[in-house]
Design a protein around this ligand. Structure first.
Ligand code: 3PG
Length: 208
């Protein structure tokens, strides 16, 4: 699919946040998400194979928008770009990390969980961000409270969100999409049960 020229938050209602342990799982998993109607994937840099998984999906599943998540150091932003990532996500924001992600030229979602962090990201010139860890940091009630004083900020909340709680977030004026790992349960991925992933993706795609 094409790059998200207008908004990273408008591509899919639910952004699958994925931890891949075996690089060979990445391509069939990405294809299952596309088949279920979710043409975007955040592959987290939490395993040694993550960059290779991004490279494989970028090469073999061009119809999915592949991004790199869990960017926690400036060097990872460039590594993700080189692997073929088309967007970046970080769990938190520091000035150095913001600068490194911006330097890649890719769209990105810097992580925030406090109003001061949200204001700092806005001051740096970015209006779209991740809210993490969403449930632990106050959930939909918290984001709803931020909408009135800080209307410019738009969020992709992630962390502890489920199929049951996603609609409450998606109904908020400052939420464009939610992220979560519930679409790729560990047991389903271990069993290479791509039909289950496709089915969970289909349910999530209908949440918009
Ligand atoms: C993330 O990095 O966004 C979270 O780990 C996803 O959270 P979840 O596993 O609770 O959905």
């Amino acid at each position: 699919m094409s790059s998200p020229s207008e908004s990273l938050l408008s591509v899919v209602p639910v952004l699958p946040v994925v931890v891949v342990d075996r690089v060979e799982d990445a391509v069939p998993l990405a294809r299952a998400l596309v088949a279920g109607g979710l043409p975007a994937i955040e592959l987290t840099l939490r395993t040694p194979v993550a960059l290779d998984a991004i490279r494989a999906v970028a090469d073999e599943v061009p119809e999915i928008l592949v991004g790199a998540g869990t960017i926690t150091s400036p060097g990872q932003a460039k590594q993700a770009l080189d692997a073929g990532a088309r967007f970046l996500v970080s769990p938190g924001s520091t000035p150095t990390l913001l600068g490194a992600m911006a330097d890649t030229g890719l769209p990105f979602l810097p992580g925030t969980s406090t109003v001061s962090e949200v204001l700092a990201v806005l001051e740096a010139g970015f209006t779209e961000m991740k809210f993490f860890p969403a449930e632990a940091a106050g959930g939909a009630t918290y984001l709803s409270s931020v909408a009135s004083p800080v209307p410019a900020a738009r969020f992709c909340p992630t962390g502890g969100i489920t199929a049951a709680s996603a609609p409450t977030y998606l109904a908020l004026p400052n939420v464009g999409c939610v992220g979560g790992s519930w679409l790729t349960p560990k047991d389903a991925v271990a069993a290479q049960d791509w039909a289950r992933v496709e089915s969970l993706a289909r349910e999530a795609a209908a949440l918009r």
